[in-house]
Design a protein around this ligand. Sequence first.
Ligand code: KIV
Length: 273
Amino acid sequence: MSTNTSDNLRKVTTRRLIEMKLRGEKISMLTAYDYTSARILDEAGIDCILVGDSASNVMAGNVTTLPITLDQMIYHGKSVVKGVNRALVIVDMPFGSYQGNWKEALASAIRIMKESHAEAVKIEGGSEVRESIERILSAGIPVMGHLGLTPQSINKFGTYNVRAKSEEEAEKLIADARMLEEIGCFGIVIEKVPASLAARVARELTIPIIGIGAGGGCDGQVLVMHDMLGLNRGFSPRFLRRYADLHGVITEAVGHYIEDVKHGDFPSEAEQY
Ligand code: KIV
């Protein structure tokens, strides 16, 4: 856990993230979808909490992020915000809530901010969604971009393999990142691309680049909390470091509980009225 210096207790804002990049201080980000987890992450000192649309996989058991709805993202966002004092809370705009046109995108972003009380939204894509991002920014809503592997486009990509290995795709990613900075995004998540490419973008831009599977040259890192805590045993990409085996811890605890109930050892005298 980080030590509680006054700087560590200060509210994280989008502006502060840019200052952190300027100082060379790395930014920590994890996902959360509920009040209890968000509270633990915030108290542990995480800088940013992403209410990711990975909730579609992790919370609802869907194969992709596509089915999660705007109402469901707002529900998760609202729950997370209630558990957070310090971290910056960013909510993913789900598939279908912004791709149609800028009016739909702006209405969706306004609903997220008004109903969840989060502080920013994240949107997948580059030049294709430029106008929508510009309109959202001009309404005073901070936007984080998301380039590289964009899971909402899985049906176009066909795989979750590393993106931007070709020169053409790498050039588009660089151009999109520059454009996102130019129009006013406060940061960009870059997912699953060669480390050298992400490092180049991080060097060339003044806004923070938060990597996932994008190497150590980024200004910060994000992981799905359930993956890094070892709750999900079936997902082992190379970029994932497991910091705990909560699947094992929970399985063992539940096994003990079942045994105690079956043998009549729970509740004890002291645990009843
Ligand atoms: O939805 C999510 O969890 C994300 C992260 C993987 C960056 O977008």
